[in-house]
Design a protein around this ligand. Structure first.
Ligand code: IVH
Length: 669
């Protein structure tokens, strides 16, 4: 083989491996071997510059940095998509499509919605000639030099029409993102917030040599301007892309009708872990291009497509170990110890596994690659396992065996509690339970004792300074000052905070006691109803059930709590320590239209935080709840209100804007 032939062979071979890796997702070469071939080509071309071709893989990395990006007008605008978060709106979308295309059969394509940066790449006679960002949809930046460094984007296509513009996403694979961040942190640089930001930042680099060092990839899902492309459907376009060597989503489905789309979304969600990029939902597109044309677009988005977004962010990582936490009531909660992974704004190393039954149901095993999910403020949870990645020899999880039948905190006996599908530590003096109870008692939504957090509680229990919540009130400045990380000043502050907490609103104490099933909302209602701890303690279950929203299970739990001699002793100690909760102000006489009304808040308020507004409303006698129902009197609406507003409108609930409420709360303008 001559040098020229060897160079041609190396180029073809490198391209073939790019394609195996990025398009077919079945690599045959290790990175090292790929690099070896690449280096050979580089050396060969360096010695014989006449052998260099413009589409050689060595030409991906550009020369001198640019001064600026040139604007490019897109041949066809890059539109965005309408969003929905629920199936109901997908059905409404389907109804709109049907109305515009009466009597026609409508197939949909369901694809992942990739959370990267939109790009448009132009091929003329098969050669990559232009790559651009979305920009404002009409004009983007010419980032050709940067996109050429991305190995997933072919520099030339064989068998392509004379003009083909393809749209898709550039992304940083999750693994690449983590590696990049680790390197940055080691180098003393700031960590990047998330893969999408890291991608955007990379594409904006003026020096393509920097971009070439980032492990960016790309995936394509839409046709832009073309001449000579004969596809008549989204399905055909995706198949054509793949045949041309363009990377496409790893999975997508043609669905006959919207109900099939909806059924598929759960299968879709199960397989999210297989994707190398983060996704933020799925995209539903009418399949037929002829129907697209007749449906048309609005100014912003096509009428033939809709994004179905998850309100839950997901990621996958490895489950390194399962540890067990002991809760306030002795319940043993298994916790996933994860290989740290970035998810929706933070890096996670732990997630809840709920209980043994959940672990069994999902068959989660140590060593598995798992999908974790974070929904809003909720604690992240393990939702499923990527079975294909299970290591050989893994064993099903058995909690009792894992713990050798003993509480991991105190070594005491454990018991299965059928009511909670949970195991429980039976030792009433278990220090872990005590710690959780003390933390709960002191927290902001309970007795609000400043300075009494996890670290201090840990020491108080370990040094045996307290054996129950009432003992907190016997602590002295000297005792506290002797503890680690406690100066005399902070010790005095804690004692002062404790002293102050002797007179807190009654609901705070009721909540702080940590009665099973009694959350903050219930505690407020119990305080309103009974007006004193003594009356609540004297009530039987039937009497407690008279309280609004208090069901039989909660009522029984409350009655059991106060019947327990140990708890009675603690309450007596609290009383002896001078704890005198303040009864709620009598509200019968509270003036104003809010008195006795059930109120829900939605959206973001300008004048107050959510909590401030709730407090003000309560002071005026309103009952503030979280969800809209027939019983709701008023819905107070701030900016970006969501589904609660729609529900209230449906139920005919009176809707008030913030300004109207402000007038009544005394801070109107
Ligand atoms: S189609 C004409 N398909 O989501 C509509 N977009 O929120 C063109 N995106 O700007 C978009 N995955 O950047 C389409 N499978 C997919 C997608 C997708 C991610 C992005 C795209 C778009 C944005 C809209």
């Amino acid at each position: 083989m001559g040098l020229k032939e060897r160079a041609a062979w190396l180029r073809a071979e490198l391209e073939r491996h790019n394609r195996l890796y990025y398009v077919d997702a079945r690599p045959e070469l290790a990175d090292r071997d790929y690099d070896r071939l690449y280096r050979e080509l580089l050396d060969l071309e360096a010695g014989h510059p006449e052998l260099v071709t413009p589409d050689s893989p060595t030409q991906r990395v550009g020369g001198a940095p640019l001064k600026d990006f040139q604007p490019v007008r897109h041949l066809l605008p890059m539109l965005s998509l309408d969003n929905t978060y629920n199936f109901e709106e997908l059905r409404e979308f389907d109804a709109r499509v049907r109305k515009l295309l009466p009597g026609e059969k409508i197939d949909y394509v369901l694809e992942p919605k990739i959370d990267g940066c939109s790009i448009s790449v132009r091929y003329e006679r098969g050669q990559l000639t232009m790559g651009a960002t979305r920009g404002d949809g009409a004009t983007g930046d010419d980032i050709t030099a940067n996109l050429k460094t991305i190995k997933a984007i072919p520099l030339k296509l064989t068998g392509a029409p004379p003009l083909l513009e393809v749209r898709g996403e550039a992304y940083l694979p999750v693994a690449g993102f983590q590696k990049l961040n680790a390197e940055r942190v080691a180098a003393g640089e700031e960590a990047l917030a998330n893969p999408r930001n890291a991608t955007a930042g990379s594409l904006k680099q003026l020096d393509s040599r920097v971009v070439a060092r980032r492990p960016l990839a790309a995936v394509f899902y839409a046709v832009g301007a073309t001449e000579g492309l004969t596809c008549t459907s989204q399905q055909a376009a995706l198949e054509k892309f793949k045949a041309l060597g363009l990377p496409t989503p790893q999975f997508w489905w043609v669905c006959t009708g919207m109900e099939e789309v909806i059924r598929r979304t759960s299968e879709f969600q199960q397989r999210v872990g297989e994707l190398p990029y983060e996704i933020d939902g799925a995209v539903v597109k009418v399949n037929s291009f002829d129907q697209w044309r007749r449906l048309g677009t609005t100014a912003k988005a096509p009428r033939y497509a809709m994004a179905y977004k998850y309100s839950h962010a997901q990621a996958q990582t490895r489950l390194m170990a399962i540890t067990v936490q002991v809760g306030r009531t002795g319940v043993l909660t298994p916790v996933a110890e994860l290989e740290p992974v970035y998810l929706a704004g933070s890096t996670l190393a732990r997630a809840t596994l709920h209980n043994e039954e959940e672990i069994r149901r999902k068959d989660i095993r140590v060593g598995d690659t798992v999908v974790i999910e974070k929904a809003g403020e909720v604690i992240p949870a393990v939702v499923s396992v990527v079975r294909e990645r299970r290591p050989a020899g893994s064993q099903p999880f058995d909690l009792a065996q894992h713990l050798h039948g003993k509480c991991p905190a105190c070594g005491g006996p454990i018991q299965r509690d059928p009511e909670f599908v949970a195991w429980r530590c039976e030792n009433i003096a278990c220090p872990a339970q005590l710690k959780r109870s003390l933390e709960h008692f002191a927290m902001r939504h309970a007795m609000d004792i400043e300075g009494l957090g996890e670290v201090l509680v840990h020491q108080l229990v370990e040094k045996q300074l307290v054996a129950d919540i009432a003992d907190l009130y016997t602590l002295t400045v000297e005792q506290l000052a002797a503890l680690e990380r406690m100066g005399g000043k902070s010790a005095a502050n804690v004692v002062a905070a404790l002293a102050e907490s002797r007179q807190r609103e009654l609901w705070r104490l009721i909540h702080g006691l940590g009665i099973l099933h009694v959350g903050e909302g219930a505690a407020r209602k119990l305080a309103d109803h009974f007006q004193s701890l003594e009356k609540l303690a004297a009530a039987d279950a039937a009497m407690v059930e008279q309280v609004p929203d208090c069901g039989p299970v909660m009522a029984q739990s409350i009655a059991d709590f106060f019947a327990n001699p140990r708890n009675r002793a603690v309450l007596a100690k609290l009383h002896a320590a001078g704890v005198r909760p303040l009864p709620p102000e009598r509200r019968a006489g509270a003036a104003g239209f809010l008195a006795g009304k059930t109120v829900v808040i939605t959206g973001t308020l300008k004048r107050w935080t959510r909590e401030q507004a709730q407090e003000l409303l309560r002071q005026r006698g309103a009952v503030v709840t979280d969800s809209v129902s027939k019983k709701t009197h008023f819905l107070i609406v701030g900016a970006d209100a969501g589904s609660k507003l729609a529900k209230a409108q449906k139920l005919g609930v009176t809707i008030l804007d913030e300004k109207a409420v402000a007038v009544h709360l005394g801070s109107g303008d």
